[in-house]
Design a protein around this ligand. Structure first.
Ligand code: FES
Length: 136
């Protein structure tokens, strides 16, 4: 695994929130959110709500984690942090888009071949305004 796959130190990933980073894939930038589970596993998801895909879960200062679940603050959908499954709200049953990462030797490494790591924080080019919305 080369250093260009390193996203952050594992210690930088919160268990009560998310760490935001920007990935590139094809011609587009994608934002990802990383969070640490109770057993120390680190998981990552694309930073948008499946209800309205132009809504970010993490707007730059961490997504809301309440009772161990990720919360979309737009309409209150909650997502299991291990699987990304929505277990309550207007998009119940939908899933966050998983991005493959692994923790290794104190670092979080991107293992998803669809993406390359760009930077920590929000993307300047991020625009999901053409995203889909599930009516409710
Ligand atoms: S946009 Fe996330 S619950 Fe509606």
């Amino acid at each position: 695994m080369d250093d260009s796959r390193r996203i952050a130190a594992t210690d930088d990933v919160p268990d009560d929130g998310t760490l935001l980073c920007t990935l590139s894939g094809g011609d587009e930038k994608t934002e990802a959110i990383l969070t640490r589970l109770d057993d120390g596993t680190i998981v990552a998801f694309a930073n948008y709500c499946p209800h309205w895909t132009d809504v970010r879960l993490d707007k730059g200062s961490s997504a809301l984690v309440r009772d161990g679940e990720l919360v979309c603050q737009k309409h209150g959908a909650t997502f299991e942090r291990d699987s990304g499954v929505c277990n309550f709200g207007p998009c119940e049953g939908a899933m966050l888009e998983t991005i493959d990462v692994v923790a290794e030797n104190g670092s979080v490494l991107l293992t998803d071949d669809d993406y390359a790591f760009e930077s920590l924080g929000a993307s300047q080019e991020y625009d999901r305004s053409s995203g889909n919305q599930i009516g409710f």
